[in-house]
Design a protein around this ligand. Structure first.
Ligand SMILES: [Zn+2]
Length: 458
């Protein structure tokens, strides 16, 4: 038998007014050449080697696909549904809406819409946490890259073994369908929903299974009160369920340290309430950090010490969090907010320049997820995950393409999104996305809002 010779590699030359590699300074009139799923050349168009299909993007900024370090794709139907609630009430209402109103089909549609929204904003990678497999399936269906962290809950220590058994069954089912693009992880949700016994058990399980971990930590004052004093709104809710509550540690991070979770392969979501010494401890431990500036501000939690994390060389990136607390999946908006907030706080104009803020949304998030060997920058050998933003007349002039992306991106248009060499968005249209999905998500949102208005919902 002769060797198979029917496989032809696909070589594409993307030309743009600006190429922004992130790992290197911007290139005016640049070209990125991809072959199958990889980047094989980056440089000035005048020097680009010939051969392959030409995609001339014209007046556009070609950048690495954006990496969203924290999403809840299955909650997209809750956009605008839980406005202005105090955090413990927000969490409680969200959980009840999921239990009493939303169906598995609703979660599936919401996750598909969430990925479509992200693709429409240039996001190619999603680190999602969910208690179901809808985001995992949606990422696979729409051909994006991601890690599906399966959530586990159990605030009562007595629930430990039962919770772990549920997690193990879910992980086994999802793992059978994992792909090189969409991987699996686990997520012990947060200190107010997970006992110390369950934290330790999940830490051991993840180590044994070789799975990455994501955990919401040091997010709110209510969480702080629960952990430090066994008091506050989360403590009251747990006591009302008959669960004994007492002081658990000096800080939320103490709980993770004790459980063995401050280690490489753990993604810490939020980290608003951490000391400077703890930012160094997190960096030293090799944990990733998902900084979610819009969600933290909108829920009234405060501002995470991003400059301390950067000074400590932590693996820090950006996340949008769910649409129930943001309410838009726009990672460049997070980059803008991250920079502006730190400048306002420090009263300095030279912190987090556009290049550094853009790095957070790309290579920084890739580092937080330990995917920096494959994604996050336009470099030869990395995966062909790209986004091309068109520059319409109303977005002109573009003197500095990194500043345009971070500080003036709203007028830019998403012309192309490519994941692992495959086209996912062409001129704003998400390929393979059924537009009827949005109508079904709107119907789920209508049912949630009727439920919230009903007297029994309180
Ligand atoms: Zn979250």
């Amino acid at each position: 038998m002769p060797p198979r010779t029917d496989r032809v590699s696909v070589r594409t030359r993307y030309h743009a007014r600006w190429v922004v590699p992130v790992s290197h300074p911007p290139i005016a009139d640049g070209t990125v050449i991809t072959e199958d799923d990889r980047i094989v050349w980056v440089g000035p168009r005048a020097d680009a080697p010939a051969g392959g299909i030409d995609d001339d993007l014209g007046d556009a900024i070609l950048a690495p696909g954006l990496v969203n370090a924290h999403t809840h794709l299955d909650l997209t139907m809750l956009r605008g549904a839980l406005e202005d609630l105090a955090f413990a009430d927000w969490v409680g209402t969200l959980i009840r809406a999921k239990r009493e109103v939303l169906t598995a089909a609703d979660l599936t549609d919401a996750a598909l819409l969430g990925v479509a929204e992200g693709l429409s904003a240039g996001i190619t990678t999603y680190a999602d946490t969910a208690d179901n497999d809808a985001p995992f399936r949606a990422m696979r269906t729409l051909g994006v890259r991601g890690i599906a962290f399966r959530e586990v809950f159990g605030p009562d220590p007595a629930q430990r073994d039962a919770s772990l058994a549920v997690l193990d069954a879910a992980v086994r089912a999802m793992r059978a369908d994992a792909t090189p693009l969409v991987q699996i992880g686990v997520s012990p949700h947060a200190p107010y929903s997970v006992s110390d016994a369950l934290f330790a058990a999940v830490a051991a399980y993840a180590a044994e299974q070789g799975l990455p971990v994501a955990v919401h930590i040091a997010e709110s004052d209510a969480e702080d009160q629960l952990v430090k004093n066994g008091s506050g709104p989360f403590a009251e809710r747990l006591r009302a369920r008959g669960i004994a509550v007492g002081a658990r540690g000096a800080t939320a991070l103490t709980l993770l340290d004790r459980a063995g979770l401050l280690r490489s392969g753990t993604l810490l979501i939020h980290c608003v309430r951490v000391s400077t010494a703890q930012t160094a401890q997190i960096a030293q431990a090799g944990c990733g950090v998902a900084h979610c500036p819009a969600s933290n501000a909108k829920l009234g939690h405060g501002v995470a010490p991003l400059l301390d994390f950067l000074a400590a060389h932590a693996r820090v990136g950006l996340g949008t969090d769910s649409m129930a607390s943001n309410n838009a999946m726009d990672l460049l908006a997070e980059a803008r907010l991250a920079s502006l907030t730190q400048r306002a706080r420090s009263q300095r104009a030279d912190v987090l320049p556009a290049a550094a803020a853009l790095r957070l949304a790309t290579l920084g998030s890739a580092e937080a997820l330990r995917l920096e060997h494959a994604i996050g920058s336009l470099e030869v050998g990395k995966q062909a995950d790209l986004v091309a933003f068109g520059i319409p007349a109303v977005a002109q002039p573009v003197a500095d393409p990194e500043a345009a992306l971070v500080f003036a991106h709203t007028a830019l248009t998403v012309r192309r999104v490519v994941v692992a060499g495959s086209l996912r968005v062409r001129d704003g249209a998400v390929l393979g996305f059924d537009p009827a999905t949005a109508g079904r998500v709107a119907d789920a949102a209508r049912r949630v809002s009727e439920w919230r208005r009903a007297p029994h919902a309180g």
